[in-house]
Design a protein. Structure first.
Length: 239
């Protein structure tokens, strides 16, 4: 029969074994978390843009409706507040996007969306009004894949990513952002359903995604302008 000292020793050994098992479990969890982080980090790549700039754009896994497909990249709020007019510049396409290019009038889409959303006058490229004062909306299509199928069913869903910037009349960049989204079935993710239904319940076209992205971009542009006027006590966005 073990004496009192032996009992204490056995108790300490039991505690040590319990603590050891807990530490092992913690180590396994910690290693698993690190592995997941490395996997997620590896999914993001840096894409080279047509104008030589770089932007972090996830071209492997498109963002879902539950995430934020439009991301603000840069803003100069004071310079943004001085914008008196916007002019739509000639959109840039890559040569391998012929199908999207032939089906989508980007200049018209950009003009229609911004003129109906922002609080400054928006002009088309050929309009000479305020020619020397207007800031330029520059649009670069990064990827554009049209759906293969119809609104009822597809072999491949539509996906779009683009970079949009606003440059002052002197060429200075004052606002920019990226949009990146791949369509998905309505019931693939019920959390995404309310956002997708704002565009349409069926399978979307590339143009549907572009229109959605432009609306998000125009709303962000205007909200950034509003920040300046509200913070400076003007209350409303005016020019």
């Amino acid at each position: 029969m073990p004496n009192s000292q032996t009992k204490v020793c056995l108790l300490n050994v039991s505690k040590y074994r319990l603590v050891s098992r807990m530490n092992v479990k913690k180590s396994v969890v910690f290693i698993s978390i690190i592995s997941i982080g490395v996997f997620i980090t590896g999914c993001t790549s840096t894409s080279k843009l047509a104008d030589g700039a770089t932007a972090n754009v996830d071209l492997v896994q498109k963002k879902s409706f539950t995430q934020k497909p439009f991301q603000l990249s840069y803003v100069d709020v004071e310079a943004l507040a001085k914008v008196s007019a916007l002019r739509v510049g000639a959109p840039k396409w890559n040569s391998d996007m012929a199908i999207c290019h032939d089906r989508i009038n980007l200049e018209k889409e950009i003009y229609t969306t911004f003129s109906g959303t922002v609080g400054v006058e928006t002009l088309l490229e050929g309009d000479n009004k305020n020619a020397n004062e207007a800031s330029i909306i520059n649009f670069t299509m990064l990827t554009c894949e049209e759906r293969v199928g119809s609104a009822l069913g597809v072999e491949n869903p539509a996906s779009v990513s683009f970079l949009i910037t606003v440059n002052a009349s002197d060429g200075q960049e004052i606002w920019s952002g990226t949009f990146n989204l791949k369509d998905a079935a309505l019931f693939d993710n019920l959390l995404a359903a309310p956002e997708k239904l704002k565009i349409g319940a069926g399978w979307l076209t590339a143009n549907d995604l572009i229109q959605h992205g432009l609306k998000l971009a125009a709303k962000d542009f205007e909200s950034q302008r509003a920040r300046f006027f509200i913070s400076n006590g003007f209350g409303t966005v005016t020019n």
